[in-house]
Design a protein around this ligand. Sequence first.
Ligand code: CS2
Ligand code: MG
Length: 403
Amino acid sequence: MLKIKDARVVVTCPGRNFVTLRIETADGLYGLGDATLNGRELAVVSYLADHVIPCLIGRDAHQIEDIWQYLYKGAYWRRGPVTMSAIAAVDMALWDIKAKAANMPLYQLLGGACRTGVMVYGHANGQTVEETVDEALKYQALGYKAVRLQSGVPGLPSTYGVSGDKMFYEPADGALPTENVWSTAKYMRTVPKLFEAARLALGDDVHLLHDVHHRLTPIEAGHLGKSLEPYRPFWLEDATPAENQEAFRLIRQHTTTPLAVGEVFNTIWDCKDLIQNQLIDYIRATVVHAGGITHLRRIANLADLYQVRTGCHGATDLSPVTMAAALHFDLSIPNFGVQEYMRHTAETDAVFPHAYSFKDGYLHPGDAPGLGVDLDEGLAAKYPYSRAFLPVNRLEDGTMYNW
Ligand code: CS2
Ligand code: MG
């Protein structure tokens, strides 16, 4: 029995807000779990502090699956981003503790390595197509085998994925939501030019990815996918909102461009039909928003039956605790595809010292026992929470739209 003696939630803002759960056992072992839900952080803090932690004290930290079921079925109100981020944090921390107790890196406990490293993609962005291609060339020079391309859209003051930051990207930018203006017509004219210029400049040996960020209707997404086929994109991400999973059938009918979706998914139910009907090629659900390693492995196992690979979300607003957990997961599953890797600020990396390392386009979680990430609570306390909202989008006529 590894009795849970204490658990607390640590909130810090070294460049951006992060919520971390720390669970400690009577034997002095402790584990960390990320519970950061961008723009809604404090809802998960309360869910953990007021509703989950009281239920954890005294339990056996070894019983990861039973505790998962207890928090999921016992909540009565199942699913959803807040509940599943809270459960995810507990799950990550318990796997961290179990691997430390076993004195091995988590991937070894998850069945060992299926590859020598985790291929990642970087986030090239620029105000213009030319600037974006220049940034992509810099990633290629750093050894990246895969690069995501996001450029400004002529005629639109701002758009998703484009900022002054080049190695990390933080969309939550205001004490109240920033209102952006969107035009699908202007966007649809830009993306094919971006891919044509990038393929020309970077050659054939680099994977090119793009995030539509939920902004097209299914038929528009089919059209865009088709127009990019000559440039062989690795994937088109979040081509249309996925609440109606059937919507992807229409996209499939019009293009063979691979489709990736899932960063906003919280359980296997959000993607079961997409996977079983072969409507997607990459599932992007993450350990922090989809119920932790325990549940994400279920999703990956289902996906494997249909030759769907993983492409886990790894944006800057997912903490280094999530990145560490994701890498142990990515290294150990058979149907790994690619891992998103937006870097963190130097302040964040100092608050969360970690064993994972980048080399020649690949990340490796390292071989420290557990997740291989820690939390400097003294340093964290120097960065108090600062409320920040994600932007919203309106069409040019003022209609509320998908950001
Ligand atoms: C994005 C994210 O990285 C991605 O693929 O979709 O930047 C996303 O917008 C943020 O994580 C939201 O907090
Ligand atoms: Mg995305």
